[in-house]
Design a protein around this ligand. Structure first.
Ligand code: NAP
Length: 333
């Protein structure tokens, strides 16, 4: 299997490394400093699976330098870089059989389809997490027993879905083929918008805080539930019901069902559990804000604001979170 990761930072490097460990022929297209470090010392991966250094991997700093045809392209840049990255990768067209992306947005499949043709595009969602530590080194920061889903956008399960699912599972990434991948991707974005928007609107004034610090405070938990319920109301208006695809992390069913007070108690209990386990949960949008980097607010929370308008749903808390983060984001680079 030949795989190209277009824009390999944190998560792209980890996926590339895991697939290369299973014998896939992987090419990373990455920033020059990352490429130089990989070509000199291999790709170092630390984190949840321990330390390893991958040497059977190709790293190039331009798509023009990638050689041959690829069974899969994984778009790994942040959403803000998609247009420029795809425009700069025209030389790959005609050499890619299947394309997908783990980006947190609702437009990645359309972006890839417009670039390559809809017949080449499949759906992909993952809650595996990673971070680029330094050039040549990425940390695999989070995994779940079942964290990753692929599916055809028309709901079928085809050999190209089964092949990528099989190699991810062999690589230790719990993966499943899904007939309803569009729902999985919307539920993922609901969950991400919830954790990211809540943490920035609640905690970003103090860069020492982590999610659990806010979840154990009554008002923090109340804001969490109110905001979650409004996001879920948009998700449901699209015709879906919460399924907790990313259990045990997903708690959308619990946040949506039952009384408001019970849901608040659930959030406080999760925060207390995280405290007890010594966890320091912090969504990447929160990290972006405190490290001065532009966020993906438009791509992750924007869809809920705009869909709610379109469908005539009142979501005042979502609006407020979006407005607050848009202001912070305006001054980030
Ligand atoms: N990290 C996670 O745990 C995680 C989990 C699930 C989903 N996601 C989603 O996945 C996407 C990527 O996240 P990430 O954390 O992996 O981001 P990241 O670490 O910033 O990786 C993206 C990399 O692409 C590079 N890049 C940008 N344009 C490029 C180009 N034209 N050619 C080559 N390299 C280019 C970036 O370099 P510069 O930084 O120099 O621009 C960066 O190194 C986001 O949409 C995120 O929401 C992330």
């Amino acid at each position: 299997m030949r795989v190209i990761i277009l824009g390999a930072g944190g998560l792209g490097s980890v996926f590339g490394a895991r697939l290369a460990e299973q014998g896939a022929d992987v090419t990373l297209v990455a920033r020059p400093t990352h490429v130089e470090a990989i070509n000199k010392n291999g790709l170092k991966i630390s984190g949840v699976n321990g330390d390893s250094t991958i040497t059977n991997i190709t790293a190039v700093s331009s798509a023009d330098d990638a050689v041959g045809e690829f069974d899969y392209l994984i778009l790994g840049v942040k959403s803000k870089d998609t247009a420029a990255t795809l425009a700069g990768a025209a030389s790959l067209k005609g050499r890619i059989k299947t394309a997908c992306s783990f980006q947190n947005n609702t437009t990645k499949e359309d972006d890839l389809a417009n670039w390559l043709g809809a017949e080449h595009v499949i759906g992909f969602a993952t809650i595996e997490a990673a971070q680029l530590i330094e050039p040549g080194h990425a940390s695999h920061t989070f995994k779940l027993p079942l964290s990753t889903y692929f599916g055809e956008l028309d709901g079928t399960i085809t050999p190209r879905i089964e092949a990528i699912v099989d190699i991810c599972n062999a690589a230790g990434i719990g993966t499943k083929a899904m007939p309803n991948i569009k729902q999985v991707m919307w539920e993922k974005i609901t969950q991400i918008a919830n954790a990211a928007g809540w943490s920035v609107s609640t905690l970003a004034g103090n860069k020492n805080l982590v999610m659990n610090d806010g979840m154990v405070i009554q008002e923090g938990a109340e804001h969490y539930v109110q905001y979650a319920r409004e996001l879920i109301s948009v998700y449901k208006a699209l015709g879906y019901q919460p399924e907790n695809f990313f259990a045990p992390v997903s708690k959308l069913k619990e946040l949506d069902g039952g009384s408001f007070d019970d849901a608040v108690a659930t959030v406080i209990a999760i925060g207390e559990g995280m405290n007890k386990a010594g966890m320091k949960g912090r969504p990447s949008m929160f990290t972006d804000v405190i490290s001065g980097k532009k966020t993906e607010v438009e791509e992750t929370i924007g869809p809920f604001v705009h869909k709610a308008r379109e469908l005539g749903i009142s979501v005042p808390t979502v609006d407020a979170v979006y407005r607050i983060i848009k202001v912070l984001d305006h001054y980030l680079v």
